[in-house]
Design a binder for this molecule. Structure first.
Ligand code: FAD
Length: 556
């Protein structure tokens, strides 16, 4: 059996190694257009920033090692330019000699990934404007930074790679401007969680330009000037474009393989394409969303590796089906970590789902143990049975653990009631007797059981003035230190029972405190005394970053 694999990094290299472990006698040839195989894409920004010091550390393996240990015929600098599914042949161009050869196959696995998008903007071909997709890009960026006096970098796009690059450029002492056409970074998250990242970036002196698209680049005194659609002019010594990726699907398309509605190669649950002898994996395919069942694209390393393994199994006759994907992802930018799994609120809304949301802010470990930091969690769940539909977490240490627990909970089909029951490891350094995940479960359960009526920040805005009264139940000291929501009345939670006669039973009372814990108690007191009371979900810690962000965005 002769197996050919196109693409030699995450999905392709995994498929090749797995295939050899399953079949000692197969002929396995791996074609890679670039000069390197099986390298750590995800480490590239950290090599530029110096966190990863040795370039060699980026290479998980080399063509020589793959040949020696796995007896895989690795052919680098070779571009597969055509597939003939009828004849079961491919055409390959050697990029150094220009020679084109034909190679036959019995089975073919496509793992060509995706290419970085370089939008068609006037001036984008300037040599000081870079993408960051592979080792060659990385070498070019590093060489530029090392040999030029770079004081300002402009990063176009606020996704994962943009944020990681911002951190690493910042580490090198370079001033960072980030331009993002949406009104938020990290599009897979909701605005009300992304604002925490905005706040942190601004604290780190990143000049964050949101809601504006770069329309043109030109050169001014040897520097690059970016001009946005709102006429803003931004000068920098170099630009990194991280404006998304596009599946490398042309090879499959020209071979007549079915391309899905999202633009990725369509595969079945066994990763088989529309041709029974061809499988496809990684960033090039479209996948099934675990929660919605809809087709989508999830270009992440974990799925590419899993699919590479499964495709090898399938190609070698050992059926292995892959499940739907949650798109569990995490990114760190300077000192903030943001993570998401499952559906976001905006996607649920767009797909017409009924859902409820909760916001909680809890310490990553016991508050009495030094250096506890906040983990903010947004949970999205079904109003009918509490089934978890999605989760987002932002904070410092411990965000990774919580999002992973929540991802497993979604995959296991758990509800918010189950989250209360999760028995998670605790000692003061690592967690709390009530872990942030348990607390998210308690709060969501309270909402579902109707123990408390919750209003979200955007719902509050839909009420007319005078229709409700805002009640701040923090201490007067906290209020004088931190401020209050406009128009709010302050009654310390400990004094509330003595001041009930100051409150109006004919108006809705919206209670809040720092994280809505005391507000919940206030609500319980008030509703039992005949008041119509709600809490502001997530309290001051959800509301304040949103207000601050709106003001910052208005000021431009
Ligand atoms: P790739 O790993 O991109 O490999 C595809 C290979 O195929 C390429 O080397 C390409 O040259 C080759 N190829 C394409 N066409 C041909 C052809 N016709 N002939 C021969 N060879 C061809 N994901 C995460 O989950 N977490 C992270 O932290 C993370 N960080 C990232 C940071 C950066 C800077 C980048 C660029 C990506 C990051 N990713 C991350 C995404 C992750 O790397 C990809 O999802 C994953 O590598 C996809 O695997 P793949 O096998 O589909 O494609």
């Amino acid at each position: 059996m002769k197996l050919i694999i196109v693409g030699g990094v995450a999905g392709g290299a995994t498929a090749a190694a797995r295939a050899r472990r399953l079949s000692e006698d197969s002929e396995i040839i791996l074609f890679e257009r670039g000069k390197y195989v099986s390298y750590a894409n995800c480490g590239l920004p950290y090599y530029i920033g110096g966190e990863i010091e040795q370039r060699d550390a980026l290479f998980v393996t080399t063509p020589e090692k793959l040949e020696r240990r796995y007896r895989i015929d690795v052919r680098i600098s070779q571009d597969v330019i055509h597939i003939d599914p009828e004849k079961k042949e491919i055409q390959v161009r050697h990029l150094e000699t220009g020679d084109v050869v034909v190679e036959s196959y019995d089975r073919l696995i496509l793992a060509p990934g995706a290419r970085a998008v370089k939008p068609t903007i006037p001036g984008i071909d300037n040599g000081n404007i870079f993408n960051l997709k592979d080792v060659t890009d990385t070498d070019r960026i590093k060489a530029f930074v090392d040999t030029h006096d770079v004081s300002d970098v402009l990063i176009m796009g606020g996704g994962f790679i943009g944020l990681e690059t911002a951190e690493n450029m910042g580490r090198l002492g370079i001033r960072v401007t980030m331009v993002e056409m949406l009104h938020q970074v990290l599009p897979q998250m909701d605005y009300d969680m992304a604002v925490h990242v905005h706040q942190h970036l601004r604290e780190q002196k990143v000049d964050l330009v949101l809601g504006q698209a770069v329309e043109a680049f030109n050169t001014q005194n040897g520097r690059i000037r970016a001009i946005t659609d709102k006429g803003l002019e931004l000068d920098a010594d170099m630009v990194i474009v991280s404006a998304g990726i596009k599946p490398e699907r042309e090879l499959a398309e020209s071979a007549g393989l079915t391309i899905g509605s999202t633009g990725g190669i369509h595969v079945d649950s066994h990763l088989t394409t529309s041709d029974a002898a061809i499988w496809a994996v990684g960033d090039v395919i479209e996948v099934t969303d675990f929660v919605s069942g809809q087709q989508t694209q999830i270009p992440l390393a974990g799925p590419a590796n899993r699919q590479g393994r499964a495709a090898a199994d399938n190609a070698l006759g050992r059926p292995d089906a892959v499940g739907g994907l949650l798109g569990t992802s995490i990114v760190k930018a300077f000192d903030i970590v943001a993570a998401a799994t499952g559906m976001s609120e905006k996607r649920l809304k767009k797909a017409g789902y009924a859902y409820k949301a909760s916001f909680t802010h809890s310490l990553n470990h016991a508050g009495y143990y030094p250096d506890a930091t906040m983990v903010s969690i947004k949970l999205l769940f079904s109003p009918d049975n509490g089934k978890i539909l999605g989760a987002q977490a932002v904070g410092g240490e411990g965000v990774d653990k919580r999002i992973d627990v929540l991802a497993v909970a979604i995959q296991a089909g758990m509800t918010v009631y189950d989250l209360q029951e999760l028995q998670l490891a605790y000692s003061p350094q690592f967690g709390s007797a009530k872990d942030p995940v348990n607390i998210a479960g308690y709060v969501a359960t309270n909402i579902l059981k109707g123990d408390v009526e919750v209003l979200h920040w955007h719902e509050l805005e839909s009420f007319a003035e005078g229709e409700y009264m805002l009640l701040d139940v923090r201490s007067p000291e906290e209020v004088s230190e931190q401020g209050m929501m406009p128009g709010a009345k302050n009654i310390d939670i400990d004094q509330l029972r003595h001041h009930l006669d100051e409150l109006d039973k004919t108006r809705r009372i919206v209670c809040y405190c720092t994280v809505s814990m005391r507000a919940y108690l206030a609500c319980r007191i008030l509703t039992q005394k005949g008041f119509q009371a709600s809490i502001l979900s997530g309290g001051w810690m959800t509301w304040l970053p949103i207000q601050a962000d709106r003001e910052a965005q208005q000021q431009g």
